[in-house]
Design a binder for this molecule. Structure first.
Ligand SMILES: [Zn+2]
Ligand SMILES: [Zn+2]
Length: 398
């Protein structure tokens, strides 16, 4: 800092007013003088303690001006040339240039530690340096005549040894700190790979969960198929168990799925294959007013050829699960008089039944009798033996 002052000494002339200039020059002069005295005390008198005091005084004088921000800024901008090389630039950058290019080390005369020239002042404030210095001055100022030269040397050497031990401790602690930091970084890496593994396991479990759900859905479908197969009859009758009734009804009301089909059944082992078609919220003619139920004659490759015209009586019954005397039944002759049916040779299905199987009002009123545990039963019976009456199609309620 003093070096900077002395270099900018001449340049101050161009910047400040006369009185200020004079004052600044005076203070700088005093600071430089204190520094010179300090040098003398250190080198000629070998009195480090007094030398330090002189340096402190010089620095305090500098601080008087240095604390003034305006002055500081102007001084910092002054163009400067390096005394040791050809560098030039602002005073502000000069110290940095010196630190980077002309750093010099010196051994502290008190504690013998190697210190960069620019850090010397900070080093003087260091705890260990201060401790040695105060012990040293205590010994020097002591009037105890019992202390001889070798005792003083012994004390100093003890002090230096304890400093060495402390330095060793600091180095050991630093080494331990480094190894702990390394262990922490290893643990952090392990933790991150552990997290990755956990994530992979979670993904795997999620995949298994999806597969399990898919398998369960397939199982339900298979179960339904098996139940349907078990329910398949070959005598022209079928009791159709309609599970998940409410869901199927909502599907019909929302028109997501207007009709559902029963498992197929047969009139005999080698005869017609049939099933029921149920519209829980009515067909196109009775939407929202009735349930509609139809018998579907299924034409497929395994079926025998239809014999025209058909002659059989069909009875649909909605089972009352609380009282079997109150079943809802409807009976009719399967209508084969239509020319369309009689001349059908294609593989389309043939359907006949009733759009008005059951009034929805009636159903709502007695729903708890027809639907138990979300399940409804419809029975169909086909009578191949019955004699068809002369009227072509008769609907009658039993
Ligand atoms: Zn330089
Ligand atoms: Zn020192």
């Amino acid at each position: 800092m003093l070096g900077r002052f002395s270099r900018s000494y001449i340049k101050i002339d161009g910047i400040f007013a006369d009185d200020t200039r004079l004052l600044i020059k005076l203070i700088i002069g005093l600071a430089l003088f204190s520094e010179e005295i300090g040098d003398q005390q250190r080198e000629d008198e070998n009195n480090e303690l007094e030398a330090q005091r002189s340096y402190d005084r010089a620095l305090k004088l500098c601080a008087i001006i240095w604390l003034d921000r305006g002055f500081q800024n102007e001084i910092q901008q002054l163009p400067t040339t390096c005394l040791e090389c050809e560098w030039n630039g602002s005073l502000k950058l000069y110290q940095k240039h010196r630190d980077q290019n002309h750093q010099q080390f010196t051994n502290c005369s008190i504690c013998n530690e190697q210190v960069a020239q620019s850090n010397l002042h900070r080093h003087y404030l260091d705890e260990i340096h201060q401790e040695i210095l105060s012990t040293f001055s205590l010994i020097c100022t002591s009037n105890n005549s019992n202390l001889n030269h070798s005792q003083i040397q012994g004390t100093i050497s003890n002090l230096l040894n304890s400093t060495k031990v402390r330095n060793n401790d600091i180095q050991r602690i630093n080494r331990e700190l480094n190894s702990h930091q390394y262990a922490i970084s290893v643990m952090a890496q392990q933790w991150s790979s552990f997290k990755t593994i956990v994530q992979e396991i979670n993904d795997h479990i999620y995949g298994i969960e999806i597969n399990r759900n898919l398998l369960y859905q397939q199982f339900l479908i298979l179960k339904e198929n098996v139940e349907d197969a078990q329910a398949t009859s070959f005598d022209g009758t079928l009791t159709w168990k309609i599970t998940n009734f409410q869901e199927k009804r909502m599907d019909a009301i929302s028109e997501r799925k207007i009709s559902i089909y029963s498992p197929s059944f047969y009139s005999s082992q080698t005869d017609y294959k049939m099933c029921l078609q149920l519209c829980l919220n009515g067909d196109t003619n009775t939407q929202g007013t009735h349930m509609s139920l139809f018998l579907v004659l299924m034409q497929d490759n395994h079926n025998t050829i239809f014999h025209w015209p058909f002659k059989f009586n069909v009875t649909f019954t909605l089972l009352n699960q609380l009282s079997s005397n109150n079943n809802q039944s409807i009976s009719f002759w399967f209508n084969t008089t239509s020319s369309c049916f009689q001349h059908s040779t294609t593989d389309i299905n043939i359907v006949d039944g009733t759009s008005t199987f059951l009034s929805l009002d009636l159903f709502e009123k007695n729903q708890n009798q027809y639907v138990q545990n979300d399940t409804m039963f419809i029975k169909v019976e086909i009578d191949f033996q019955a004699e068809k009456p002369s009227k072509l199609s008769i609907l009658k309620h039993i």
